[in-house]
Design a protein. Structure first.
Length: 350
């Protein structure tokens, strides 16, 4: 992979995946049975993120990490990831304290709320809230995958970047076996987000991140003309596959082969000038959208349980919610994340 090329379509696809997560979270509240959910496999977007991360990290650091050092790498990743971790935690705390429908806040003391918040800020898994299904991060549920992103980044700088291509292939084979066991024994690859399935997140990130690294190391790029639209359709197809008793197998195949294939195609496709700005916008809001949206999910869940809206009312609420959350993600990127990262990077270089 050329060290000068920027893979704009991959940025765009990351935004499509983030939007799929958002819609999936709305849909799972309305359709708690995955068999009824029209985007039943939207949760697999996380595995797509992990694969993209493997490519991006290897692409950005493989040839310079030996000179920059472990500490500099970790500080760089902290600056990239943590501002939005903090914002997501703050939004989650605000939604928890001022939820107009839920009443269980009063059952937690100030000290307990403080510990829950600090665990969220510091990315320490703390699955203690039964009302929130023992999420690893009660204030910002999607942060479970960011926890594993931190873990795999540390593993990368300590071990993975030093491995040869064929050692990585051996690791990938082992990781695929672990992932297959998790998928078969659990019946799906949905786990990782709560205390009971904590280690499933490790299995998911280990395989997909390693697969992304291998795509970079072997320069596996498939030249094609599918473009952003064509690849977006192919990505969405993975998310809208019906859920059934064989989903553990289809999900496994998607993660093992289909997502790495899409990443390879995304790196090798053409992008028209008219769609380039859309891809850039999509990529820019993808991470803020993922980290800031779930505070609204708890509010929506309480609203849906209490008022049971249907028809045009329900559709309107969800559509308005999606638009507002995309807008929030843009403002979070433009006026918080981007300037804060620029400031921190400037201070770091002084």
């Amino acid at each position: 992979m050329s060290s000068k090329k920027h893979f704009v379509v991959l940025d765009g696809l990351r935004g499509v995946a983030a939007l799929a997560v958002l819609i999936f979270h709305f849909a799972e509240i309305i359709f708690p049975d995955l068999a009824d959910n029209f985007i039943a496999h939207g949760f697999l977007a996380v595995d797509f993120f992990f694969c993209l991360s493997g490519v991006v990290i290897a692409y950005a650091y493989q040839n310079r990490i030996a000179n920059m050092g472990i500490g500099d790498f970790l500080v760089g990743r902290l600056i990239r990831l943590h501002p939005l971790v903090v914002l997501g935690s703050l939004l989650g705390l605000f939604a928890f304290l001022f939820d107009p429908i839920a009443s269980y806040q009063a059952s937690y003391s100030f000290g307990e709320k403080f510990v829950i918040f600090m665990a969220s800020i510091l990315m320490i898994p703390y699955p203690v809230m039964e009302e929130r299904y023992f999420n690893l991060f009660s204030l910002n549920a999607p942060a479970w995958s960011l926890f594993w992103e931190y873990v795999i980044n540390i593993f990368y700088v300590l071990v993975l970047f030093r491995l040869s291509r064929y050692s990585l292939m051996a690791l990938l084979l082992i990781a695929s076996g672990i992932l297959a066991y998790v998928s078969y024994s659990s019946g799906n690859l949905l786990g990782g987000w709560n205390g009971e399935t904590f280690w499933h997140g490790g299995a998911r990130v280990l395989y997909s991140f390693t697969a992304g690294m291998i795509l970079f190391r072997f320069n596996w790029i498939i030249q094609n003309k599918l473009g952003f639209i064509g690849l977006s359709v192919l990505l969405v197809l993975a998310f809208i596959l019906p859920y059934n008793e064989w989903s553990w197998a289809t999900e496994l195949l998607i993660v093992l082969f289909y997502f790495p294939l899409l990443v390879s195609l995304g790196a090798g496709t053409l992008i028209s000038q008219s769609l380039k700005s859309i891809c850039e916008f999509s990529g820019n809001i993808s991470y803020p959208l993922y980290t800031t949206h779930y505070c609204v999910m708890w509010l929506f869940g309480g609203y849906y349980a209490s008022y049971a809206p249907s028809g045009i009312t329900l559709i309107g609420v969800v559509v308005i919610g999606v638009i507002l959350l995309i807008s929030l993600a843009y403002f979070a990127f433009r006026f918080y994340d981007l300037p804060l990262r620029k400031y921190l990077n400037a201070k770091r270089s002084v």
